[in-house]
Write a protein that binds this ligand. Structure first.
Ligand code: ATP
Length: 330
């Protein structure tokens, strides 16, 4: 549904040039919810703006819903944009218009016939749970309600793709959850493909099926979350399961274990202690539902002198993904 290929975008020139996109390729399938994560300045906004043709890449191409959006202009670009809705961190609503007025404006802009607008506004507001706020003004709404108006407006053209630029970053955790629930239900019920950029791993954990990590204009890791959880050394997996600070260096080995079969977790650790005759310390553990799958991550500390490689072989033999966090003596 979205295919970005070898995108390059540089701002400025000479010594002060910033390469915001440095050979970025990204694919989001029909009906997926994909998240792009990364620190401030990594290039996430530039990527999403390039996908929406708000920015032109220096080179590379973007295809959305089968249209080569990065090479379209004029009327063809305006029509192609109907397939793409976009929501923003600060909602970008018109304060002088009511909720219904904001949505109606979006319909006017895409040339929707006047006679059909009222019914369509009502239909969309119902979809986002705001029917009772049609006559309110943005200033009378909570942050979550404002974002619902933003979503309603984005849905006006019946897009196939929704792009979200930090749409929950200005909201408290509870409101964030309700907006993510709404996005998930639009994905299910309308088959809407969603690409969201965020600096919050929590958002990825809650609704994404796919994720990409950006750093300095490059995508350094991407894939389906279920696959990434099975990938040794995946930074996205590690960020999904924060396990806190490491203990002081004391010659021990620290391992992070990712379990997708939770029932086996305790048995595996107990057996390890028994068979290798070592005292295994559990430094941290967390269970999360990621991409609809319960997954656990446990941080173990093995005493100095343990045959680390044999332990890792044993764990991997039981289908557990093992990341070495600190080496210790091999
Ligand atoms: N219009 C512009 N002119 C000049 N430099 C820009 C422009 N837009 C982005 N940049 C630069 O490109 C780099 C990537 O910015 P971008 O906004 O895409 O990152 P981001 O990951 O979205 O970060 P943030 O979350 O802070 O917006 C940054 O160094 C930024 O300063």
């Amino acid at each position: 549904m979205i295919t970005a290929t070898n995108l390059v975008k540089t701002f400025g020139s000479g010594g002060s040039a910033v390469r915001a996109l440095d050979d970025v390729s990204l694919a989001v399938g029909d009906g997926e919810i994909a998240g792009v994560v990364g620190k401030s300045g990594a290039g996430k906004s530039t990527l999403i703006r390039t996908i929406n043709a708000l920015e032109r890449p220096d080179s590379g191409t973007v295809e959305v819903a089968g249209r080569p959006i990065s090479s379209l202009t004029g009327e063809a670009l305006r029509t192609a944009r109907h397939d793409i809705g976009m929501i923003f961190q600060h909602f970008n609503l018109l304060s002088s218009r009511t909720v219904a007025g904001n949505v109606a404006l979006a319909l006017e802009l895409i040339g929707s016939p006047r006679g059909e607008r009222k019914a369509r506004v009502a239909e969309i507001l119902e979809l986002v749970g705001l029917s009772d706020k049609a006559k309110s003004y943005p200033a009378q709404l909570s942050g979550g309600q404002k974002q619902r108006v933003g979503i309603a407006r984005a849905l006006a053209s019946r897009p196939k793709v929704l792009l979200s630029d930090e749409s929950t970053s200005a909201l408290d955790p509870e409101t964030t959850q309700s907006i993510l629930d709404l996005l998930a239900s639009l994905n299910r019920e309308l088959g809407l493909t969603i690409l969201l950029i965020t600096h919050e791993m929590e958002v990825v954990k809650r609704i994404c099926t796919r994720a990409a990590l950006m750093e300095d204009g490059r995508i350094v890791e991407q894939g389906a979350l279920t696959e990434l959880l099975r990938t040794k050394g995946s930074r996205i997996s590690r960020n999904l399961f924060p396990l806190g600070e490491l203990p002081a260096e004391r010659g021990t080995t620290v391992l992070d274990l990712t379990f997708t079969e939770l029932a086996s977790e305790h048995a595996v650790i107990a057996r390890l202690a028994r068979e290798f005759e070592i005292d295994v310390s559990i430094l941290g553990a967390t269970i999360e539902t990621v991409a609809g799958q319960q997954t656990g991550r446990t941080r173990l500390e093995l005493p100095a002198g343990t045959d680390r490689d044999a332990v890792i072989r044993d764990l991997e033999g039981h289908g557990i993904v093992v990341d070495i966090v600190r080496g210790g003596a091999a």
